[in-house]
Design a protein around this ligand. Structure first.
Ligand code: GLU
Length: 502
């Protein structure tokens, strides 16, 4: 059982630790909110750490949008990559020496070992275990390597990873602040890779080293990490460090109880920002996910939440993120504003000179009377018009073709890093060529998805103006309008997309 650090004798320090690998996720804001509230409640500090050890997927652009989105929501941090503090650097890619040193220490004491197994061998092992109905798990082959052989291979520069040694028998028992005592048999715990072949640590090594070195006292994170706690317990034991208290918060759910994912509901904070949700509504709504005010009031500010905060009022049950409810709450906030505040907030949102300026080159040449203006931009400043399957009727394309085009365009846009008109054009043009579809035909379902009509302002300018979140969400809902895709169909489309020669 891990010991809980006492709350009165030390400064409470919490953290949120997003990976900069994509859109700023609502789940990150949710974790940041509770960690920040917890720290504030005890007069402590809230730290932002960037977990960018996945070299292939981490980007500085994504890091920046995470900063912007969290700040927009008012979730400021006391220390982080852009705010100096006592335990920096706060980006894991700048802390490699610490992980290397600690990994070497584990190896020296026999708690971790070098593993030279090839990806092919590991894949084969996984396949064999899966077909035998076993949980895939490293079989410990390299534990048996003799010392001379190991040294020879290391000197030779053979590719290898460092893995954690795990007890063969018995079980790991630890305490979760929300869920009580949890027991997991060691048999279910894999010999986790701690250092990858590129020399970067995995999450498991980095999180333990950093939480310790950054003096984190309470870890509030998503429930998907519960099964990893035994590995972390081992590491804390081996290093001789006291483990912070852990609270695994429930994941946000779709109304049908499935884990919230962007296929079902927009998950990017920027989507909500672009739609004109107020940051205080979003915060308030996220606070209601698993927590409640003692008087059950539904509308409250962050400061009121901190005032009343008590982690024991948090439930581990699966909270449903219901957009209808969020809309209702946003409406409450909007109706409570003064007329002046309303005008200011609308201007801050999008009805301002800066935003309008982006439209001028598009609309000026198409305008004879100013009264012609608004109908041209309605789908850019407002919702897309209602669409049905009938909107996709086309002489060359059937519904299946439209779905294929939309699906592949969406996959392309999801990995497009630069959301500029010309880059978007290049990306989609080359996709159309790879798919061997005439560009004009290719654009048709996209026009409908984005604007809700078949005549609109130029598509690529529209995409650029709407931004990635709104654009992608419109394409997703258009696919649904066309009947959606089954799991099997999605897998087929994914393979087909991979096979396109690009
Ligand atoms: N980088 C991890 C994530 O984004 C952090 C988990 C944690 O808070 O420990 O899920």
């Amino acid at each position: 059982t891990l010991s809980t650090k006492s709350e009165c004798s030390m400064t409470v320090r919490t953290r949120v630790a997003p990976s900069p690998t994509g859109d700023p996720h609502l789940g990150t804001a949710y974790m940041a909110l509770f960690n920040r509230a917890f720290a504030k409640k005890f007069g402590g500090q809230f730290v932002l750490r960037i977990e960018d050890t996945d070299q292939a997927r981490s980007t500085v652009e994504s890091e920046q949008v995470i900063f912007d989105a969290l700040r927009w929501m008012g979730l400021e941090w006391d220390e982080g990559p852009d705010i100096e503090g006592s335990s920096g650097p706060y980006r894991q890619s700048e802390r490699l020496e610490h992980y290397a040193k600690h990994a070497a220490e584990l190896v020296e004491y026999g708690h971790a070992f070098h593993c030279f197994c090839s990806t092919e061998r590991l894949a084969e092992l996984r396949r064999a275990q899966q077909s035998a109905g076993e949980t895939p798990r490293y079989d410990g082959l390299c534990l048996g390597l003799d010392e001379a052989d190991k040294v020879r291979r290391l000197e030779n520069g053979d590719a290898h990873v460092i893995r954690l040694r795990v007890p063969d028998n018995g079980e790991c028992t630890f305490e979760d602040g929300l869920r009580g005592i949890i027991t997991i048999p060691w048999q279910q715990v894999d010999m986790q890779v701690l250092v990858k072949s590129d020399g970067f640590p995995t999450y498991h090594l980095a999180v333990v080293v950093d939480d310790h070195m950054m003096d984190i006292t309470h870890v509030l994170r998503g429930e998907e990490w519960i099964s990893s706690v035994p590995k972390h317990v081992l590491l804390y034991q081996h290093f001789g460090w006291e483990m912070p208290s852990h609270y695994h918060l429930p994941l946000l759910r779709n109304p049908d109880q499935t884990k919230m994912s962007k296929r079902r509901n927009p998950t990017s904070i920027n989507y909500y920002r672009r739609c004109g949700y107020l940051p205080e509504t979003l915060l308030n709504y996220l606070a209601l996910m698993g927590w409640s005010m003692p008087d059950q009031s539904e509308m409250f500010s962050f400061d009121e939440m901190v005032e009343a905060f008590d982690i024991d009022r948090m439930s581990a049950g699966a909270p449903v993120f219901d957009i209808e409810k969020l809309n209702w709450l946003n409406g409450q906030y909007i109706r409570d504003m003064s007329a002046t505040a309303f005008m200011d907030r609308v201007a801050e949102w999008a009805v301002n000179r800066e935003r309008f300026q982006e439209l001028v080159p598009l609309v000026q040449e198409r305008t004879e009377r100013f009264i012609d203006l608004l109908p041209q931009v309605d789908y850019l400043l407002g919702e897309r018009a209602e669409i049905t399957q009938a909107n996709f009727e086309h002489k060359e394309l059937d519904d299946g073709d439209c779905i294929r085009i939309l699906d592949h365009a969406l996959r392309t846009l999801e990995r497009t890093r630069s959301w500029e008109r010309d880059d978007l054009f290049d990306e989609l043009k080359s996709l159309a060529e790879a798919m061997d579809v005439k560009f004009r035909d290719f654009l048709f379902p996209l026009f409908v998805a984005i604007s809700g009509r078949d005549v609109s302002l130029p598509l690529f300018d529209s995409l650029a103006f709407l931004g990635s979140d709104l654009s992608q969400s419109r394409i997703r809902t258009a696919i649904d309008v066309l009947g959606g895709v089954s799991k099997k169909e999605r897998r087929r489309l994914e393979l087909e997309f991979k096979d396109l020669d690009r």
